[in-house]
Write a protein that binds this ligand. Structure first.
Ligand code: ISL
Length: 514
């Protein structure tokens, strides 16, 4: 075994609060996940990314860890967690956990120790300024809640104090420590101990939260030399001690691959190629290629190829997502027929697929529901899984669920299982096809045609994919070898003609020789 399993992995992301409640308390739990592993497997997924499962006061959906060595009792017992892991493994499903290395909860014991007024062993584990009355430009520090004479730097929300991995550029030597300092190294060793703890317990790897945020004043996203050095050191430890373990980063830049991550998500930031394909960039007034009003395939293709080449050269992979717990779901902006096109396109690009729970049935982003546990606008993507038309969409038997449930007749697992043409059944068929063709996990990738909102055509090994996001029929000036035929399609099959491919409205076709 080795971390090579990542090449053929297809992930299902589970936000544990929202997936399946086994004990009727209104929150999802480990036993609920265990009960649904067959469902996940039947979809064609062989791996799970589990959002934070740790003991937490949930002031940021669990990304505020109180105890790194304990599961949240909201999700069940330690035994329930182990049972979930063992059952998944027995079914051939890997589980990667969310690792939150940049910050803890303000209730974390090490942080509270560091907040004491007298020096102690945790004094330098977090970043504190050198006096409560002093202010520093550009420093995000909070003070007056603890007796330590200083302000603590936060990494995200006010409840999330930054762990001290040191600084690269030092502006205030009075309290900023070099990333090479003993204190910074001790934090890194602590992080390794957290990783070893969960890997020894059977976890298959980690999705690393805000992976590029560790060393401060470390340059832009595409630089971060000291943070890169830190992760390379961690990767070296893993390769030696846990060679099967994979690291997936929330960094969203090819630099992550150079830092040693097996996978890095291409997220919905600004004009990332993923945005130019699926989501658009409102700020810069750029429409997505899948926008029915017409987007720019060339802008996507140029950006994607450049990104892909860099990642591939560094031995990494791109994480391709339908959505995640921070991002608005694609429905209802797109209907289920458009979603079929989008999923098929995104997941036939070179990379590792991640399906956010519920996207396989077209669960909708719910705008304007009140924020819970600091989800804010993200809350609308975190509503409970819609299993059926039963009480609470089959998610829970509780009177009150932690977020409201939204079942409609079409958007639930039970009804889509019965409908041959449903998004759910499409996803299964598509993933089975994808699995059957090793071309999709090869690094043989070339864009053959990309121009405005005309059909996008690309090659994976001996296969050629042609997609048309518009409601009108379009030709792509690409000549295919005479022997090829349509092997898989969404909508009507595209037709290979002498000098072009005729691509029907709203269609996706994979051509090959057999
Ligand atoms: O959610 C976002 C904007 O809506 C992103 O910018 C997000 O804040 C960023 O990607 C960091 O996210 C990660 O760390 C946060 C946590 O709240 C997110 O859920 C997590 O994915 C702090 O731990």
């Amino acid at each position: 075994m080795s971390s090579n399993w990542i090449k053929s992995a297809v992930f299902y992301e589970i936000y544990p609060n929202s997936f399946m409640d086994s004990n009727g308390d209104g929150y999802g739990d480990f036993k609920g996940i265990t009960a649904k592993l067959d469902y996940i497997k039947s979809l064609g997924c062989n791996a799970i990314w589990l959002n934070p499962h740790y003991d937490s006061p949930f002031m940021d959906g669990g990304y505020d860890v109180r105890d790194y060595f304990k599961v949240s009792d909201r999700f069940g017992t330690e035994e329930d967690f182990d049972e979930m892991l063992a059952t998944a493994h027995a079914k051939g499903i890997k589980i990667i956990l969310d690792l939150v290395p940049g910050h803890t909860s303000e209730q974390n014991a090490d942080f509270l120790k560091s907040a004491e007024p007298v020096k102690n062993e945790m004094y330098d584990r977090f970043i504190w300024t050198d006096g409560i009355w002093r202010n520093y430009d550009g420093v995000n520090g909070l003070g007056g809640r603890h007796d330590r004479d200083g302000k603590y730097i936060i990494n995200y929300f006010a409840t999330q104090p930054a762990l001290n991995y040191g600084y690269n550029r030092i502006d205030y030597p009075e309290w900023q420590m070099p990333y090479t300092s003993e204190a910074a190294k001790a934090t890194r060793e602590w992080l390794k101990s957290v990783m070893r703890f969960w890997l020894d317990r059977g976890a298959d790897g980690f999705r690393v939260d805000m992976a590029d945020s560790l060393v401060k004043n470390d340059g832009e996203r595409n630089e971060k030399p000291a943070t890169t050095e830190l992760w390379r050191d961690i990767r070296a430890m893993l390769d030696k001690e846990y060679p099967d373990c994979v690291l997936v980063s929330e960094w969203s830049d090819p630099q992550a691959a150079r830092a040693g991550f097996h996978v890095d998500f291409m997220l919905e930031f600004a004009s990332n190629p993923y945005n130019l394909l699926v989501r658009g960039d409102k700020e810069r007034k750029r429409r997505a290629y899948f926008d029915p009003a017409g987007g720019d395939a060339k802008a996507f293709a140029d950006g994607f190829i450049d990104w892909y080449k860099q990642v591939n050269e560094a031995g990494g992979n791109i994480g391709l997502i339908t959505c995640n717990h921070d991002t608005p779901r694609l429905a209802p902006v797109y209907d289920n027929e458009q979603l079929k096109l989008i999923y098929a396109t995104v997941f036939t690009l070179p990379g590792v697929p991640f399906i956010y729970y519920g996207d396989e049935i077209g669960m909708k982003y719910i705008p304007d529901i009140p924020s819970v546990e600091c989800g804010f606008s993200r809350t609308g993507s975190r509503t409970p899984m819609q299993w059926s038309m039963e009480k609470n969409a089959g998610f829970s038997s509780a009177e009150h669920t932690f977020l409201p449930t939204f079942a409609d007749k079409q958007t639930n697992v039970a009804s889509q299982q019965k409908d041959k043409r449903s998004l759910l059944n499409f996803m299964k068929e598509f993933l089975a096809f994808r699995r059957s063709r090793k071309e999709f996990i090869s690094d043989d990738f070339e864009i053959l045609y990309a121009n405005g909102s005309e059909p996008l055509v690309y090659k994976r090994g001996g296969l050629v994919v042609a997609v048309n996001p518009l409601k009108t029929k379009q030709n792509a000036p690409v000549a295919l070898p005479p022997k090829v035929k349509a092997l898989f399609s969404v909508g009507k099959d595209a037709k290979a003609q002498k000098t072009c491919i005729a691509v029907p409205p709203l269609s996706f076709t994979v051509f090959g020789e057999k």
